[in-house]
Design a protein around this ligand. Structure first.
Ligand code: BES
Ligand code: MG
Ligand code: ZN
Length: 490
């Protein structure tokens, strides 16, 4: 499928399906739309009347045009009220168009421009089009959705925005990589294949790569005992992945992105009971998947920022070698952890990954993790939790997220709750009481950061969608690749 900005005026566009956007309450046609309606013998006004189309956000109506017209079908899509317009209005409208357009070969899209820049609209529409149409058929012997026939998409009224379209396709490809990694089951996507994916990215896009094997991890500082403890029952070796993007000139900033990369989380000896979603725990590398997705996009967009991408990949399994509940592990900075619950494994892997990231002397560290069910309880499936030791960093990420249409909510780093993690025998336990579970998880991670501005994102909810909505289809969403890319690009 090719998306391009066309300078063909709305009235002259020809093809299978023409989708036009209408603002809520603006169904009295005027200007170009009125002329088009006249040209199409009143098809648009008839469709509005027949379907009682009001222009409400993401609502649609479609009709055959008939006769000898050079357009086969016309579709209307609502953008909601003009005073409520934001980038998400165009995303939702485009996703709705994408779902109607699967059977057409050529599609023209003409949406009102509002007060947004043509550049951001071209970007948003392109991203939404690619992401809403993306279907992961890799694991079906026969693709389920054979209907996708779309060959060309013309963005009408956005002539000259080729660069924005090209950049948006790069970002969308990064999101799709993250989706594919998360969708892949744990027998496909293992620490080994995850490391191979990173190797491939490094050679395709000229990134530096370092894979620390188990013995390298044992030797790093005082030994990555927390990370290695989690992986010790797996038959697959752990792979500590470190990709680096360096700009051609001098970097104006150095940052690290650290993604939780549990390719499967059985819970360990605190085994996840049936009904707890154990069969969905292939998604527990969602943070690492988004890290690699962002790496793929950033390597092509080439911002003036040095970025380190870190994924401490492993599986949380059971065997005679499994860590016992109550074991004491030592992280690379020498801090000791009493593992009172083997299912709180993500924070153990992240502890060593954060220590490693801080040694790189970066200006900021962001970790993202499918860390706690408690965060889903607090914020639901669509919103990620955000904690930060640095207000400026938190504000940067919120701006990046707003632009991306991905939702975050900042939660408190309530130091007093660390009391819940006090251990009689070690420096700390890995889990506290049920109450405030996502906050104690953030406080645990904070123990492994000295003074670098740091942010923790708990993405347990939004990396997966149970039903299609907006640009997401059922399954992995690729959250929050777009936010990370926006943040790095500043
Ligand atoms: N990977 C899970 C968190 C999770 C739950 C992600 C649901 C996505 C959906 C994490 O490792 C975990 O098991 N957390 C425990 C922590 C508890 C033992 C303190 C949890 O949330 O129950
Ligand atoms: Mg767990
Ligand atoms: Zn986990």
């Amino acid at each position: 499928m090719q998306i391009k900005a066309t300078d063909t005026p709305l009235l002259d566009w020809t093809g299978d399906l023409l989708a036009v956007g209408i603002l809520e309450g603006e169904t009295e046609l005027s200007g170009d739309l009125a002329q088009l309606d006249e040209k199409l013998s009143g098809t648009i006004s008839e469709l509005i009347a027949d379907e009682k189309f009001e222009g409400k956000s993401a609502t649609t109506a479609i009709s055959r045009v008939g006769g000898k017209n050079p357009i086969r079908k016309i579709a209307l899509v609502g953008l909601g009220k003009s005073e409520d317009l934001k980038l998400d209005s165009w995303r939702a409208a485009t996703a709705a168009i994408a779902r109607m357009a699967k059977k057409s070969k050529t599609l023209g899209i003409s949406l009102p421009l509002g007060s947004e820049s043509p550049e951001s609209l071209a970007q948003v529409i392109t991203e939404a089009m690619i992401l809403a149409l993306h279907q992961d058929n890799r694991f079906k012997s026969e693709p389920e959705d054979k209907e996708l026939k779309l060959e060309t998409v013309d963005l009408i009224g956005l002539a000259g925005q080729d660069k924005a379209i090209a950049n948006a396709s790069i970002v969308a490809d990064g999101v799709i990589l993250a989706r594919e990694l998360v969708n892949a089951p744990a027998n496909e996507l293992t620490p080994i294949t995850m490391a191979e994916t990173a190797q491939q990215l490094a050679s395709d896009y000229n990134l530096e790569i370092k894979i620390l094997e188990q013995s390298d991890c044992e030797q790093f500082e005082q030994g990555m005992g927390a990370y290695l403890g989690v992986g010790q029952a797996s038959d697959i070796p752990p792979k500590f992945i470190h990709l680096t993007y360096k700009p051609a000139g001098t970097a104006k900033r150095k940052v690290a992105i650290v993604g939780k990369s549990l390719t499967f989380d059985s819970g360990g000896l605190n085994l996840k009971p049936s009904g707890s979603g154990i069969e969905t725990m292939k998604m527990d590398m969602g943070g690492g998947a988004a890290t690699l997705g962002a790496a793929k996009a950033i390597a092509q967009l080439k911002p003036d920022v040095e970025v380190h991408f870190i994924c401490a990949a492993t599986e949380n399994m059971i065997s005679g070698r499994a860590m016992h509940p109550g074991d004491i592990l030592k992280a690379a900075n020498g801090k000791t952890i009493e593992v009172n619950n083997t299912d709180a494994e993500g924070r153990l892997t992240l502890a060593d990954a954060l220590i490693y990231a801080e040694k790189l002397e970066v200006d900021a560290i962001v970790d993202l993790a499918t860390l706690t069910g408690a965060c889903i309880v607090a914020l639901g499936n669509d919103i990620a939790g955000l904690w930060s030791t640095d207000n400026a960093l938190a504000e940067e990420m919120k701006t990046a997220a707003e632009l991306a249409g991905e939702k975050f909510w900042q939660l408190p780093m309530e130091e007093k709750y660390f009391e819940g993690l006090k251990s009689e025998i070690a420096d700390m336990k890995n889990t506290g009481p049920r109450a405030g579970g996502s906050i104690t998880a953030a406080l645990f991670l904070k123990q492994f950061i000295k003074d670098t501005p740091w942010m923790h994102l708990d993405v347990a909810g939004p990396v997966w969608a149970d039903s299609p909505s907006g640009v997401n289809n059922k399954g992995a969403t690729g959250f929050p690749v777009r936010t990370l890319v926006n943040w790095v690009e500043g």
